[in-house]
Design a protein around this ligand. Structure first.
Ligand code: F6P
Length: 340
């Protein structure tokens, strides 16, 4: 069988490890051949693809990003299932392995329903996919964010300032919760929790009173008191979702005006998705790539690999799209005990 791999949506540390795991296992264990569609669904609709062989994937697990490129292309703006089927036929591709987050997996499901043999691999630094305990990329993002906060604390301590760190995660607070706990933040603000300005000011002032330089971590999807939606001044993406970012600056202004403490905000942005994947993410991604090939070999079309405990299991693509996996109240309250 010839399998076409698509990496779609935001790039994510571990994508290359998926590609390598799939190609090596598929080639050695089953004699499958692989093509990589370039630039996400754009490549799949245009038939723009490169052969992926043992040589092509040599040494790529440790590389961030994706060697076949990605995009947030909506394939229905480029001919949809008809265009994908045509390019598969032209290239002799029998099935597609779609590696992506909720947007990509929704596309994969729709293409599967249109008769294209499809298996899925969940990916996102946001860790917000319901069907899997973890997505690869999350561990790297949390490590980078934690490292950045450790560095911010140096400045905070030296100047006696309050430091605000804004992290990604879209409408889930996982990156904020984990990096904030790891860095010992005095407050963590997440989309799932409507923290009031008074609560925030209370935590900041209590840390300051104890002689600490307050560290506040805010997820980009956090909704300020009195507002109805997350801060978004940058329009919509190809799937109509608001592009988030910038709340950190507003939180910093609020803290400074309410407490008089000199406050600075840092937006970590795409640094969180860049560079070398952690060992954890490389292992998870490699296992996902290998298991997705097993699903294709079994003809389990319309399914996806997922992590349950320490086992990689098969789930329906629909399961990934149910509801986003967001931070539970008990996980937030656990972290909150150490605020202030
Ligand atoms: O889904 C991953 C993610 O990094 C989100 O955390 C963030 O909101 C979004 O992608 C940013 O997208 P883009 O790279 O298109 O700016």
């Amino acid at each position: 069988m010839r399998i076409g791999i698509v990496t779609s949506g935001g790039d994510c540390p571990g994508l290359n490890a998926v590609i390598r795991g799939a190609v090596l296992h598929g080639q050695e264990s089953y004699g499958h051949a692989f093509m990589g569609f370039r630039g996400g669904w754009r490549g799949a609709t245009l038939g723009d693809a490169i052969p992926l062989t043992r040589q092509t994937v040599r040494g790529i697990s440790k590389l961030g990003g994706t060697i076949i490129g990605t995009s947030r292309t909506n394939p229905w703006e480029f001919g949809g299932e008809g265009a994908v089927k045509d390019s598969m036929e032209r290239l002799g591709v029998d099935a597609i392995m779609a590696v992506g987050g909720d947007g990509t997996l929704a596309v994969a499901k729709r293409l599967h329903e249109a008769g294209i043999p499809m298996v899925g691999v969940p990916k996102t630094i946001d860790n917000d996919l319901n069907a899997t305990d973890m997505t690869f990329g999350f561990d790297t993002a949390v490590s980078i964010a934690t490292d950045a906060m450790d560095r911010l604390r140096t400045t905070g301590d030296s100047h006696g300032r309050c430091m605000v760190a804004e992290v990604m995660g879209r409408n889930a607070g996982w990156i904020a919760l984990h990096s904030g706990m790891a860095a010992g933040a005095h407050a963590i603000l997440i989309p799932e929790r409507r923290t009031t300005a008074d609560e925030l000011v209370g935590w900041v002032e209590s840390a300051k009173l104890r002689g600490r330089a307050p560290l506040v971590v805010v997820a980009e999807g956090f909704v300020l008191e009195g507002e109805v939606a997350a801060h978004s001044g940058r329009g919509l993406d190809a799937f109509g979702r608001p592009r988030l970012g910038g709340i950190g600056e507003r939180v910093a202004e609020l803290i400074e005006s309410r407490t008089g403490i000199e406050t600075r905000s840092t937006l970590l942005g795409h640094i969180q998705r860049g560079g070398v994947p952690t060992a954890y993410d490389r292992v998870l991604a490699t296992r996902f790539g290998m298991s997705a090939v097993d699903l294709a070999e079994q003809g389990s079309w319309g399914s996806m690999v997922a992590l349950r405990g320490t086992s990689v299991i098969e789930v329906d693509l629909t399961d990934a799209l149910d509801e986003p996996k967001t931070v539970t109240e008990s996980r937030y309250l656990e972290a909150q005990r150490l605020f202030g």
